[in-house]
Design a protein around this ligand. Sequence first.
Ligand code: MRU
Length: 353
Amino acid sequence: MATTSLPFETVRPTPDGRGLVILDQTRLPEDEVEYTLSDRESMAEAIRLLRVRGAPLLGVFGAHALAALASDRAARGERDVARLRGAFDDDVAVLAATRPTAVNLGRALQRMRTSLDGWSDDHPGADTDATAAALRGFAREIHDEDQRMCEAIGTHALELLPTSSDPTTVLTHCNAGALATGGIGTALSPLYLAHARGRALRVFADETRPLLQGARLTAWELARAGIAVTVLTDGMAGALLSSTRVDAILVGADRIAANGDVANKIGTYGLAVLAHRHGVPFYVLAPTTTLDPDCPTGADIPIEQRREVEVRSGMGRTTVPAEAGVWNPAFDVTPAELVTAWITDEGVRHSWP
Ligand code: MRU
């Protein structure tokens, strides 16, 4: 079990196991609202709308979603195991099609399928209730594993943060914290561990246009934990690095290709270039579930393109004239050569592969 806890849960099954309760991340920081999802479309929509988001959390959520949907079918009287299995495969296809970049989602869905196959072979006469219960157990395993991975990432990364500087000052982008995982986060996990040990911290958080995960989510969860956080707009990062001592840049990842290239939130690549220019260590923190050995390079990573409206009227008012076009990729790729180290639950890698 994880040793560091936070006062909110990103996702949990409902008490009857037939639905999911999520903290609706689109409502933060104004409203801390939980939202109950009880059918496949609302679960898929929660991913598409970023009510749940962040690569590791998408995997955890996808696993719980498959278990909840099967549990609901069994509770509504489905007695045919073959039909339950057919619907499960449909669920996998629908959820996998929601967002393409984070490898964790598809990976967790496939893992649930493989676990189910193995379990079914071992339990040939099992009924639909037992099958659904087994799926709930597999989802819990994936969730617990993610918690352990977050802690391990934080422990390894803590070794890299200088103890000499007071306060230790870092810059982060997007949200790779507890809100993005089933545990204490990836890029933010060493900060939670350092804070728990009484180390003074100063965190700069990029706003992260267009959906403001840095301003809305990273600042919210760090402030809640009592960690000093300052928000800057994305375009200010260069000015910050040229005027202020920053000990390290910490970011998460949505997919790491076989050659070490990193897909992460749009703006990460620009930050890596700036880090190189200013001699600031650029660290990528991600669980091993984010590694994709089947993707040879960053150029092979599918990049999600999102709707124009997020840029045209992101702040609730029109910010782009109708005559202008909009380009809105959700992620970019940072080449491995710009990464100082990759920190996974298995340890620190200074070179790749
Ligand atoms: O579009 P989002 O909010 O899902 O993007 C999230 C990120 O890019 C995170 O940095 C990444 O998933 C790592 S989360 C530990």
